[in-house]
Design a protein around this ligand. Structure first.
Ligand code: C2E
Ligand code: MG
Ligand code: MG
Ligand code: MG
Length: 297
């Protein structure tokens, strides 16, 4: 009986495997068709200066919008796009689209752009040329672009990390900045923060305290954020906190000396026209009519 049950399990496992594979293949086919049909959009989430609450940058976040359906988030298709190599074409499209959107924002308001780059894009020998061309064609200056990479990319051994380093060093020489995304979730040594060509640390949202600072867990989270901010500052890196969801988070981060924040407390990712409106309103607030007490000065 045990043997028969084992056989049944094996058969079930087979079916599950085939199903999973079939689903992956169907997803990939749909993704390829979606690239050709232009079903992708780029949304933008503001990154805010914590000292004065002003947005200074926007992160480009890709969305898949199949006709007549709700947008599909990147967590559901980026992994398949990476495995298949489709991310190289999709990533280049995102970069060019985002640079075109952000160039007029930069001209009007001086706001900058950040774009996520997948490991697969960084082993493409043409990556540097593609970035330089996206900048040239859009008119966005290199100094207004930050590329976000994850910790693993530069510390993997062998030729891939070497190729990534060559691209990032070349692009930094042009003025492009490099950020480590989701910092604190990888397993890399601290030495790479000192040695590698990076400018910004984005502290992963898993470090944000869950409550209002009073529980034990919150105290530990706060201690970790403080340590990361201090470390980054001593290395001359800019800090950006991800997952700023409450006013408490924003106040805490400001008190700890974190430079910038990004999260639902400020805004969700939104389409380009809405982001432009938000930037425009902020500029009016900043440079608008003087308030009564300013006029009395
Ligand atoms: P990420 O680069 O760390 O982007 C931040 C993610 O956190 C975004 O999810 C954003 O919507 C979400 N987020 C922002 N504020 C908050 C908050 O206050 N609370 C919570 N819980 N979440 C917040 P999204 O847009 O679903 O993107 C997920 C990931 O997909 C990104 O994480 C990035 O790794 C990847 N991704 C997005 N666009 C691209 C792209 O164009 N290329 C590549 N290679 N990866 C991308
Ligand atoms: Mg990112
Ligand atoms: Mg991130
Ligand atoms: Mg994150």
């Amino acid at each position: 009986a045990a043997k028969a049950a084992g056989k049944d399990c094996a058969a079930l496992f087979d079916v599950a495997m085939r199903d999973e594979q079939g689903e992956r293949i169907r997803l990939l086919e749909r993704l390829r068709a979606a690239v050709d049909a232009g079903e992708f959009a780029v949304h933008y989430q503001p990154i805010v200066n914590l000292d004065n609450g002003t947005p200074t940058a926007a992160e480009a976040l890709v969305r898949w919008i199949p006709p007549g359906q709700a947008p599909i988030g990147p967590d559901r298709f980026i992994p398949a796009a990476e495995d298949s190599g489709l991310i190289v074409a999709l990533g280049e499209w995102v970069l060019r689209r985002a640079c075109r959107d952000a160039a007029p924002w930069y001209q009007r308001w001086g706001t900058t752009l950040t774009v996520n780059v997948s490991p697969r894009q960084l082993i493409d020998p043409h990556f540097t040329r593609k970035v330089v061309s996206a900048l040239r064609d859009s008119g966005l200056p290199a100094t207004a672009l930050t590329l976000e990479i994850t910790e693993g990319v530069l510390v993997r051994s062998g030729g891939h990390a070497q190729q990534a380093l060559v691209h990032l060093s070349a692009l930094r020489a042009e003025g492009v900045r490099v950020a480590i995304d989701d910092f604190g979730t990888g397993y890399s040594s601290l030495a790479y923060l000192r040695d590698l060509p990076i400018d910004v640390l984005k502290i992963d949202r898993s470090f944000m305290p869950a409550g209002n600072g009073h529980g034990d867990g919150d105290a530990q989270q706060t201690a970790l954020v403080r340590t990361i901010v201090d470390l980054a500052r001593s290395l001359g890196l800019t800090t950006v906190a991800e997952g700023v969801e409450t006013a408490y988070h924003a106040d805490l981060l400001r008190a700890l000396g974190c430079d910038r924040g990004q999260g639902y407390h400020f805004a969700r990712p939104i389409p380009a026209p809405e982001l432009a409106m938000m930037f425009a309103e902020t500029v009016i607030v900043q440079f608008g009519p003087l308030s009564a007490d300013q006029q009395n000065d």
